[in-house]
Design a protein around this ligand. Structure first.
Ligand code: TXA
Ligand code: MG
Length: 353
């Protein structure tokens, strides 16, 4: 049975946190909120508990888990973080930046997916931090979704995925960022995954730019990537999703032959334009409000699958600031199926309509 624990993030109920922490300590599974997305967590030092996460998600065994900590000492106990980075992390954590560093022997192989590195982050969410503190152990947690599906940004999403499969789900409202943490490899300062902590913020805090590759943009799937998660399809709704990469002004004309057949997901401005052609238009927020767009993205992809459409079109966004993470998710969610013209859209729909 799954128990639901409603916790007010501004004033976390001690008894409810204690209950969830008790489940973690006993080797159980708890879905908990973070500032990015909800996580499905277990005691990171208990391999048997961590194995359950892979089974529940249907996750590939070589795709490692992020270890969530509530203090620098806890981070030190699982990873050998180079001193120059530790100094910076002491200043900026908690924040949505995950670092990959050499793992200590205490970290079970199931958590690292067999790698000799481990990823660590300190979530900027009071409920998450209290839960880790109270558990007294680091918590290994991937995003709370069935493998390949969109991440949960609300407890209700996680309940849909995992009701009956996990021991508890904490509901503390919708995730502030709505997009996962940024992952940096401390070894070569490569951006393994763009996320809620922008490249500009990294440059400001670390004094250098992260190395950005085609893989980190979501343009390419490498066979043996540094970050195993990047080689798998990800974030995909069940409804075929196509990414529109062209000029928003032409979209009304391009889609006129598919009137009433598709759901449109995009900026509120484009939703106004597409309203008549689409079966339904889901607004992510104003074009210039990239944080709001990120916040609403996964919810819209989960909502999409309840609408029974032949296919869906999602609008692309400029690739700077939070846009880098947004476009990485959109490319993957659409399986890199993008179009700029009516002809290209016809080909995509022909294959999936
Ligand atoms: O915001 C987040 O990071 C959320 C919340 C719950 O904290 N977690 C999350 O976890 O997004 P997950 O498992 O969905 O994504 C973790 C990614 C995967 O692509 C995985 O391959 C990569 O991190 N990863 C984990 N450990 C790694 C390591 N040692 N080296 C390289 N990549 C690693
Ligand atoms: Mg994930």
């Amino acid at each position: 049975m799954t128990i639901m624990l409603n916790i007010d993030p501004r004033n976390p109920d001690k008894a409810k946190i204690a209950k969830a922490a008790d489940i973690i300590r006993r080797g159980g599974i708890v879905v908990f909120p973070t500032e990015t997305v909800y996580g499905i967590g277990a005691n990171a030092l208990n391999p048997k508990a961590c194995r359950k996460i892979y089974a529940i998600k249907g996750r590939a065994a070589d795709n490692p888990l992020i270890v969530h900590v509530s203090s620098m000492d806890m981070a030190d106990a699982v990873a050998k973080i180079p001193d120059k980075y530790k100094k910076i992390l002491k200043r900026i954590w908690p924040c949505p930046l995950t670092i990959v560093a050499k793992a200590r022997d205490s970290v079970p192989k199931v958590v690292t997916g067999g790698l000799n590195t481990v990823s660590v982050r300190m979530p900027q969410n009071r409920v998450a931090l209290r839960l880790i503190e109270e558990s007294g152990v680091p918590i290994a947690a991937p995003s709370a979704n069935i493998s390949k599906r969109p991440s949960s940004t609300r407890a209700s999403h996680a309940k849909k995925y995992f009701d009956g499969a996990v021991d508890a789900i904490i509901d503390a409202g919708s995730s502030r960022f709505g997009i996962e943490s940024t992952i940096i490899d401390t070894d070569n300062f490569m951006l393994l995954r763009p996320g809620a902590f922008t490249s500009a913020q990294i440059e400001k805090e670390f004094g250098k730019k992260p190395r950005i590759t085609e893989e980190s943009l979501g343009l390419k799937y490498a066979q043996r990537p540094k970050s195993p998660g990047t080689k798998y399809a990800h974030y995909s709704p069940l409804t075929p999703l196509f990414l529109f990469d062209g000029d928003a002004k032409s979209l009304k004309r391009i889609t006129s032959v598919f009137k009433g057949k598709f759901v449109f997901i995009g900026s509120s401005e484009s939703c106004m334009e597409l309203r008549k052609n689409a079966k339904k238009a889901i607004s992510l927020g104003k074009k210039r409000g990239m944080r709001e767009i990120a916040h609403n993205l996964f919810h819209s992809l989960i909502l999409l699958d309840s609408l029974n459409a032949d296919f869906a079109i999602i609008e692309g966004f400029p690739e700077h600031g939070m846009g880098l993470a947004i476009m990485n998710r959109l490319r993957k969610a659409s399986g890199n199926r993008s179009f700029e013209s009516e002809k290209e859209l016809r080909i995509l729909v022909g294959g999936h309509g």
